[in-house]
Design a protein around this ligand. Structure first.
Ligand code: V47
Ligand code: SF4
Length: 393
């Protein structure tokens, strides 16, 4: 209560605009804001105001916790039948010489290389390769689980799944059921881009539609497979498109409750067909995180993907609604490095990640994919040898 009064005082003392003030009051009263109010936040909300309100919501939901996990990524191929204009990573079949295509054995060897290491999740996504079909991936997951039965397999965007199911001539439900039976646990949030159909046709017209993306996630949730959701922002969209995107996700979350986290993804402009579009500023990134936290009231977590925005902005984002900074990402993620992300070799030890979080006065928590607490690092000391060895993994 004391905190709420404090916020109200601050709101009043800064000559806050009347519309913003009424939105803030709603948020403080735990009322949902509507899409027009979401738009007002984008149009008029200054960084400090949005940060204060988002931090209020964040602390109510997650206190001062900052979650991360120990994961590794596998990108089986960057050969892709689609041609998204923002993508710096995919190679069409005709440019195969620039692409890569891992063999099953190479993929399984990556999994084997984590033997004995305390990773809890493998994140598998890549280009949409016409020869890697549903049963190929189902059997691959089965083999991964034979090597590492304890690992959580978060795999395949709705875009990859739509293509796999279409080629295999099965419904989304059937396809997802097969993958689940072979060991897939959840879905990542990629492929959502921006849901507005007109814009989607401009930037990624040949892949899964908005309706298909939403249907695949809804079906996964129905089958007990949770998922994440993303939004690609900072390109040709305007504020209304962002609010519309978040609103469609909020509506689906009301229906299923199956989303774990929302991940805004900043458009990076290196080496793609949209390179002429300037990237938005860090201030806009922080405003966007904050508005996402305020608007997405039924999402428990907002994630900043640090390899993409860099560690300093990731640290800042923790005061603007974000409570999750993904993982140690001991991997070779190329989708962002090829698009010009801040981090050209995204790798942080657990100790480094914990220090980043502590530097901004927050409380580091290692989680599993479903946000169960694995280790509380608040008073954890990396001083003894065993712990130091553990931290470098
Ligand atoms: O859908 C592609 C994005 C996504 C660019 O679920 C780009 O935990 C910016 O979704 N600039 C795939 N973004 C990655 C993804 C993801 C990442 C981390 C964690 C999770 C999770 C999911 O990457 C694509 C697309 O929106 N992307 N190119 C670019 N130039
Ligand atoms: Fe293919 Fe994904 Fe790149 Fe689109 S974003 S071209 S679907 S790899």
């Amino acid at each position: 209560m004391e905190k709420e009064n404090h916020i109200e005082l601050l709101l009043n003392s800064t000559n806050t605009d009347k519309e913003l003030l009424s939105i803030a009051k709603k948020v403080l009263n735990n009322e949902r804001i509507n899409t027009s109010e979401g738009l007002v936040l984008y149009q008029k909300g200054k960084l400090a105001f949005l940060g204060m309100l988002a931090n209020y919501v964040r602390e109510k939901k997650n206190g001062d916790y900052v979650y991360f996990n120990r994961n590794f990524h596998i990108e089986p191929t960057n050969i892709c039948v689609f041609d998204c204009k923002f993508c710096s990573y995919s190679r069409l079949l005709k440019q195969k010489e620039d692409g890569w295509e891992m063999s099953e054995e190479q993929i399984l060897n990556i999994v084997r290389s984590y033997d004995g290491k305390p990773v809890t999740e493998v994140h598998i996504v890549g280009g949409v390769h016409p020869k890697m079909g549903l049963m190929y991936f189902a059997n691959l997951i089965k083999k991964i689980k034979e090597i590492r039965p304890d690992i959580h397999v978060k795999a395949f965007t709705a875009v990859e799944l739509e293509y796999m199911c279409r080629k295999a001539k099965v419904s989304y439900e059937e396809g997802l059921r097969i993958l689940k039976e072979h060991g897939q646990d959840s879905l990542p949030g990629g492929g959502a881009e921006i849901f507005d159909e007109t814009l989607r046709a401009q930037i990624c017209d040949d892949k899964a539609t908005t309706a298909q993306w939403l249907e695949i996630h809804e079906t996964a949730h129905k089958l007990g497979m949770p998922s994440n959701a993303t939004m690609l922002y900072g390109h040709v969209e305007n504020f209304e498109h962002r609010v519309d995107h978040m609103n469609r996700l909020r509506e689906l979350q009301d229906k299923t409750g199956g989303f774990n986290t929302f991940i805004p993804l900043k458009f990076r402009n290196k080496d793609n067909q949209m390179s002429h579009i300037a990237e938005v500023s860090v201030i806009e990134d922080l405003r966007n995180y904050a508005i996402a936290r305020i608007f997405m009231d039924n999402f428990n977590h907002i994630k900043a993907y640090w390899p993409m925005i860099g560690r300093t902005t990731a640290q800042l984002s923790l005061s603007f609604g974000v409570d999750d900074i993904d993982g140690t990402i001991d991997d070779s993620t190329k989708i962002y490095t090829m698009a010009g992300s801040e981090e050209q070799s995204p790798k942080l030890s657990t100790q480094e990640l914990v220090e980043l979080i502590k530097q901004v006065g927050k409380h580091p928590i290692e989680r599993d994919t479903l946000y169960n607490v694995i280790t509380d690092y608040k008073d954890f000391s990396f001083s003894n040898e065993k712990e130091a060895a553990y931290s470098n993994r």
